[in-house]
Design a protein around this ligand. Structure first.
Ligand code: SF4
Length: 696
């Protein structure tokens, strides 16, 4: 530990890693951050932090940072450093050239959940008004897009229902497909505090996550299901609720759409959904399912927390809907201690979705085909807008291979490493004539780029992030951008060069425009954020200081009623066979973060410096694999090599890896299956063979 002495001043800002959104005091000497101190007044973290937020900020000044714009004619050419003016003009003229040659819809953009709300808002505005199409999508496509869809359909709003502190009033906590200890450490500490006080715990996960058994905390039930069978399990839990008269009839009668409930009740009470029938699909003993369902349904306050183990499946949206159904049927919504709580991965996943990053929705989740909403944006933006939804990320790739989508502006997202079936992604990027990458580092996607705009880290910009509890928190500039401009300024310059004028002087003006156009943000302003510390949307005349708990009296659907939807189980197309007998599933570790672009460039590497493959002792023995041996993993999509870790955390027949290091190539092997409603990739289920390659 280096002692940097006393700081000269401190600036409060928000962590740029996970969706907990911890508040920090950046302690400074001049423009140098000497330490990040968790903020005692932080409303999401109350003075706590994890190793990432506290120690892993050195990437902001890492030697790998690119600080000069660069261009090249072909991706095989060396990069040429140019001025900002030349880079912006070149990019603008290339994008206009492509639109002239291939049509208006031949270009698009991808926004980042690591960027601020204001930056994301400008990206979608550039696309809709500057490019003249709706070809904007977000990296949330590959993580929580099923949350957006499922909760919008059932509750009327694409967000979690509670604040984090709500967990302290939960009596029963169900964690589904999430590993808070590694993925959301500060919230996990709060949850463990409540569990130590005596709350009951149900874990639904194929793998034994830490929460199942950790000091002073043990799950009452660990429903160790086979990957891809979430819907069958959730239906079995609901079957018990319905057939054992555990429905909260008063809540359902008063708060829900009764026609949909009655239809759902008939559907779910069919014997095909019984725990006994489900056991053959999920592998979970029926008795455990029955007991867990009773525990959840009879708890005074029961809360569900879930993660990417729910969403990243071909039935991700169906599982989100089944969770919403279960919570409504048992009356576990609209007060402290209950709710449906998606644990968002990246710092601003919630915000990037809120800001209109989806190709079919304006900010505030309003469809582009809605004439009234579109008219509002047209008036403010002084531009006629397209009523047609644009391309999703996977559709952009398909169109690129068909030579109809030829230009892409990617901000703060490494799609050439993070997206599934990576060979397909690379082929699509190679097909495009102009790929613009904006990032801190020359990431994997930059290998396919023709223009590189240096990005700015969270320490170099002003703006806001919105965490998993809808909390909009301030991001404050603590140092001058190494490459001169904040990301939103670059987007603005590109827009101006393309002939669509933007003239913001500060991100607060962008937030003011958003608030004027979006009812759920109508009361949000920088002044109020500074005054209150943070604000949980919806924030408007009815709730001027924000909304910690949603759906208290009414759901946000037009009629105010919660909607039940049918959730038939459909097996994944990804089958195990004698050739591919194991199921690979994926997750994260505490010290690293997603594709590792940031954490790999910090001292966090001392904890974990490689991805490993967890394999059950029986499967290891069958293959002659010892701990630390190198093993080959082959799927129908591709193959890679990882070091083996023999572990009983995984069940026989299941192997598990993380995806933080590009050389381990986890996404070389993942499939192109995706969620039926949102195209969220099925990262969590890949049939593989594992063979020993060499000894350690
Ligand atoms: Fe940052 Fe998440 Fe850790 Fe908090 S819990 S310090 S937001 S990574």
């Amino acid at each position: 530990v280096i002692d940097h002495g006393q700081p000269e001043h401190a600036i409060v800002t928000t962590c740029a890693y996970c969706g907990v959104g911890c508040s920090f005091r950046a302690e400074m000497k001049g423009e140098q951050v000497i330490r990040m101190v968790p903020n005692k007044d932080g409303q999401a973290n109350h003075g706590h932090s994890c190793v990432k937020g506290r120690f892993a900020f050195g990437y902001a000044t890492h030697k790998d940072r690119v600080t000069k714009p660069m261009i090249r004619a072909n991706i095989s050419d060396p990069w040429k450093e140019v001025s900002w003016e030349e880079a912006i003009n070149h990019a603008a003229s290339e994008l206009r050239r492509l639109q002239g040659k291939y049509g208006k819809d031949s270009i698009g953009s991808i926004t980042s959940s690591r960027c601020t709300n204001e930056e994301v808002y400008l990206m979608q505005k550039l696309t809709r008004a500057g490019f003249g199409n709706n070809n904007v999508d977000t990296c949330a496509r590959v993580c929580h897009s099923p949350t957006g869809y499922g909760l919008k359909q059932t509750f009327g709003e694409s967000s979690g229902t509670q604040d984090f502190d709500s967990v302290m009033e939960a009596d029963v906590i169900m964690v589904i497909g999430a590993n808070p200890t590694d993925g959301h450490p500060v919230f996990a500490s709060l949850m463990k505090k409540r569990l130590r006080e005596g709350a009951n715990l149900i874990v639904v996960d194929p793998r034994q996550i830490d929460l199942v058994k950790t000091p002073h905390v043990a799950a009452d039930y660990h429903l160790k299901l086979r990957p891809s069978t979430n819907v069958a399990l959730m239906n079995a839990l609901a079957y018990v609720v319905v057939t054992e008269n555990l429905v909260d009839e008063a809540f359902v009668n008063e708060r829900c759409d009764m026609a949909s409930f009655n239809k759902w009740r008939s559907f779910i009470s069919q014997d095909m959904h019984s725990p006994e029938a489900a056991e053959t699909i999920t592998g979970v003993p029926a008795a455990d399912v029955r007991a867990a369902a009773r525990l959840y349904a009879t708890g005074k306050n029961s809360a569900i927390y879930y993660g990417l183990g729910v969403t990243e499946h071909s039935q991700g949206s169906t599982t989100v809907i089944s969770i919403a159904n279960l919570a409504m049927a048992t009356g576990n919504l609209g007060r402290k201690g209950v709710g449906v709580n998606p644990l968002r991965g990246q710092n601003n996943v919630q915000g990037s979705c809120d800001m209109g990053s989806f190709p079919h929705e304006y900010p505030g989740y309003r469809h582009v085909s809605d004439d009234i909403t579109r008219g509002l944006f047209e008036t403010t933006w002084h531009k006629e807008l397209s009523p047609e939804p644009g391309l999703r990320i996977p559709n952009m790739f398909e169109a690129a291979i068909d030579k109809s989508f030829m230009g892409l502006y990617v901000q703060g997202e490494d799609i050439a490493q993070s997206d599934p079936d990576i060979q397909h992604v690379h082929a699509a990027l190679r097909s495009m004539e102009c790929v613009i990458v904006q990032d801190l580092f020359l990431n994997e996607t930059a290998k396919f780029a023709h223009v590189f705009f240096p990005g700015s880290s969270f320490l170099e910009k002003n703006g806001t992030f919105t965490n998993a509890e809808r909390r909009i928190s301030p991001v404050r500039k603590v140092m001058t951008p190494l490459a001169k401009y904040q990301d939103w300024e670059v987007t603005q310059m590109l827009s101006n060069a393309m002939g669509y004028p933007m003239n913001y002087n500060h991100p607060s003006e962008i937030m003011a425009e958003l608030a004027s156009l979006t009812p759920t943000f109508a009361g949000v302003s920088y002044e109020k954020i500074d005054q209150l510390g943070s604000i949980q949307w919806p924030c408007n005349d009815e709730t001027p200081n924000g909304t910690p708990i949603m759906h208290k009296d009414e759901f946000m659907r037009d009629d105010g009623k919660g909607l039940f939807m049918l959730t038939g189980y459909v097996p994944t197309a990804e089958k195990v066979t004698p050739k591919f007998p194991l199921i690979l599933t994926t997750g994260r570790i505490l010290s690293q973060y997603n594709v590792g672009a940031q954490t790999r460039r910090t001292d966090n590497n001392v904890w974990h410096a490689e991805d490993i493959l967890e394999i059950h002792p029986h499967d290891a023995e069958d293959r002659g694999v010892n701990n630390q041996d190198w093993v080959g993993i082959k799927s129908r999509s591709g193959e890679t090599v990882l070091r083996a870790l023999i572990s009983e955390r995984v069940q026989p027949g299941i192997v598990y890896t993380t995806f933080h290091f590009p050389e381990s190539g986890a996404n070389v092997i993942t499939t192109d299956n995706s969620d039926w409603a949102t195209n969220c990739p099925e990262y969590k289920v890949t049939a593989v063979q594992v063979t020993k390659v060499s000894q350690q």
